[in-house]
Design a protein around this ligand. Sequence first.
Ligand SMILES: [Zn+2]
Length: 144
Amino acid sequence: MRRRFEERAEEHEEELDDEERRRFRALLVQLLDEIRAGGDVELAPNRVDATDIGGDEDSQPLNEMSQAIASSRNRARTGSVHEIEAALRKLRETPEDYGLCERCEEQIRRRRLELIPYARLCVRCQSSREDPRGGTRKKLTDYV
Ligand SMILES: [Zn+2]
């Protein structure tokens, strides 16, 4: 539905065709499967008891640390599941909008979509949203 009214000479990216949409859909489904398959594994580090770690008292702080790491990792995962599901819904309901930046409606670069198939913003909008002065840490994928 959406069409660009102005063509930019630089960074022009063609819109996705049906085959590419299918490929990104498969990528998203695969990601979702991986997250769901591995999602619960790290949720129960409490089960590691004294016998498992050989009764070594020094292991306890390490265990707490890995627990903290695991829970922050799980939070990141939950966020991704929502984003992946939103992207899949978009592919199903309004496939022509998939891969377009939700802010400026430019086609998001394929290189970016291959790394983050659930990306909703193009690099430019993503980086302008995350103002460095606001203290948001940039991820490598924000620049792809
Ligand atoms: Zn944009």
